[in-house]
Design a protein around this ligand. Structure first.
Ligand code: KG4
Ligand code: ZN
Length: 343
């Protein structure tokens, strides 16, 4: 058995029930059960999500311990996502973590879900940091189903929002667009895959927002108008030209992210840039940013795909920094649907 801090991390903020064991920042196991029950409904159903978390949490935690070959008696800390997220879902993971911390007499570390997405860049696997080594300060584009933010990260717990969406998150916009194209949920990966065989030949009206903020809800209205107009001349266009629709929608959603991120990098005079969250898996976002970074002389940090969507290893990464700074929480703390990242 290795010596040193051994953390069990739990994530249950949305529709993934996840647990991981970390030795410091080194990932020993990372188990994730994505609840497929929501697909038939075209989106996450909060009541189903919390019920499924309740059914799965114990088995997922046990599997994480087995994969890491760690006995729970050897753990030295319990970390858990406190929020933001779906309250019913968060409560399951949070209560489970509190019970374990109490029963095993271990420190409890509450983790902010979006900070965890960002701090996943520091994870180490098989002795190697996930990608090129990253250090503070850096800029991070955090893009998921619930958030779209450009944040300046000065330290593990010093996040400043420079710009954010004023309405829908970009992942949500991907999912809504996919629904219009009769693609299954979650739509982001579907659009991404189909777009690779298409041409971005359809143009949509964009909303001009000053500064570094963004807006995605207006694009949905424009998609509908452009699609309906085109369908009048080509009734089968949504089937015949599906890859082109996907490529066009993807470009319309990713372009403002690239444009705002570039503005933010110039404004802040930073050299390091990272992306995080579910939409960080998007191939067009990754390749476009790679090109811009090369041209601008930035050091770009792309997370491995296993750490883009919700996972518990990222929660363990955030907890590692908290533990180093003696930031322990009380078992009387509770889960919260909303917690600002810059608090
Ligand atoms: O971070 P995440 O797993 O959960 C939240 O905290 O929201 O992000 C899920 C979101 C979904 O909206 C999904 O459609 C989107 O990330 N997503 C993608 C891709 N993979 C996942 N969007 C675009 N392209 C992808 N390849
Ligand atoms: Zn997330």
């Amino acid at each position: 058995m290795e010596k040193g801090p051994l953390t069990l991390a739990i994530e249950s903020s949305c529709d993934d029930t996840a647990a991981a064991v970390l030795h410091g920042l080194e990932v020993k196991s990372n188990v994730r059960h994505s609840q497929l029950d929501h697909h038939a409904f075209g989106g996450v159903v909060p009541e189903i999500a919390s019920r499924k978390h309740g059914q799965l949490i114990s088995a997922v935690v046990n599997q994480a311990l087995i994969d890491a070959q760690v006995d729970k008696a050897d753990l030295t800390a319990i970390a858990v996502t406190q929020g933001p997220g779906l309250l019913g879902s968060l409560l399951v993971g949070h209560s489970f973590a509190k019970s374990m911390a109490l029963a095993l007499n271990l420190p409890l570390i509450n983790v902010h879900h979006m900070k965890a997405h960002v701090l996943a860049h520091f994870l180490v696997e098989d002795g190697v940091q996930s990608r090129s080594s990253i250090s503070f300060p850096f800029l991070c584009l955090t893009v998921s189903g619930g958030h779209s933010q450009i944040v300046r990260v000065d330290d593990w717990n010093a996040f400043t929002i420079l710009g954010e969406t004023l309405d829908d998150a970009v992942g949500e916009a991907f999912d809504k667009a996919a629904k219009l194209l009769s693609l299954p949920y979650p739509g982001g990966p579907e659009i991404d895959t189909l777009a690779q065989q298409g041409k971005a030949r359809f143009k949509f009206a964009t909303v001009k927002i000053p500064g570094l903020d963004m807006s995605f809800s207006g694009l949905k209205t424009s998609f509908i108008q452009v699609m309906q107009r085109h369908q009048q001349l080509h009734p089968n266009t949504l089937i015949d030209d599906l890859p082109d629709w996907c490529a066009s929608i993807q470009k319309a959603l990713i372009s403002p992210l690239i444009q705002r991120t570039t503005m933010a990098m110039k404004q802040e005079g930073l050299r390091d840039i990272a992306i995080a969250g579910g939409v960080a898996a998007n191939s067009h976002l990754r390749s476009s940013l790679t090109d811009v970074a090369k041209h601008s002389g930035w050091s770009l940090h792309l997370p491995p795909l296993s750490y883009t969507s919700d996972n518990a290893a990222m929660v363990g990464a955030a907890a590692h920094f908290a533990l180093q700074n003696d930031q322990i929480d009380h078992v009387s703390s509770s889960a919260k649907a909303r917690i600002p990242i810059d608090a």
